[in-house]
Design a protein around this ligand. Sequence first.
Ligand SMILES: C[S@@+](CC[C@H](N)C(=O)[O-])C[C@H]1O[C@@H](n2cnc3c(N)ncnc32)[C@H](O)[C@@H]1O
Length: 229
Amino acid sequence: MPDTPSPQPAPPKSFFLDPDLHGYILSHGGGPDEAQQALIAATQALGSVARMQIPPEQGVFMEWLARVMGARRAIEVGAFTGYSALCLARGLGSGGRLLCLDLNEAWTRIARTHWRRAGLADRITLRLGPAAASLATLPQEPMFDLGFIDADKENGRLYYEEVLARLRPGGVLMLDNVLWGGKVVEPRQHPGDASLQAICELNDFAATDARVQASFLPLGDGLLLLRKR
Ligand SMILES: C[S@@+](CC[C@H](N)C(=O)[O-])C[C@H]1O[C@@H](n2cnc3c(N)ncnc32)[C@H](O)[C@@H]1O
């Protein structure tokens, strides 16, 4: 009988790292703990959509950022199975509140289960429905210290404006997938990729937006940090 080839592990989401270097980074900068590993496993069981989850090295950075900022109130657009929310909620501390927006019931059911198991359920509010509609119901006031946008890319600019308007001066807005697997440097070679086109337009816009100061991090699939002036 021929040998069955063992499945190849997925390449790191920080796609510019080889697996050895990725492993080294995780073992020296806060890899996932038990609660996070359980959520990674539950998400992997969904199949290829698991690729949407932020990687552990990004999660630990986001928790760390929330902590050093002393952030108390945060918003996330695009929760999926809840990994990034779990990290952010930890960083907010016990009095903190995280508002998560998503429209997928099945994926966010997994999120709720793991938030509860991690003892974070009381810090996180989930609003189910199209994020644009949920955002429109929020008061127009600077109510958040930190925002993370990781949903449908075509609506990225709308989410950017809605979240930025509600961020306090000095607050930080994070945009995920700003490298889009490296394709942002050659968007014309992918004319059918509407997400890529939207990401490139938003990256260009943010780089010259006088309301913010940008820091573009090669972390995960690219994380753009925008400090509101
Ligand atoms: C890339 S995943 C988020 C990954 C998540 N941040 C994590 O670390 O696991 C994108 C999410 O955006 C949600 N989404 C897509 N379009 C949406 C919309 N119009 N309104 C709200 N959520 C949306 C999807 O249901 C999905 O859960």
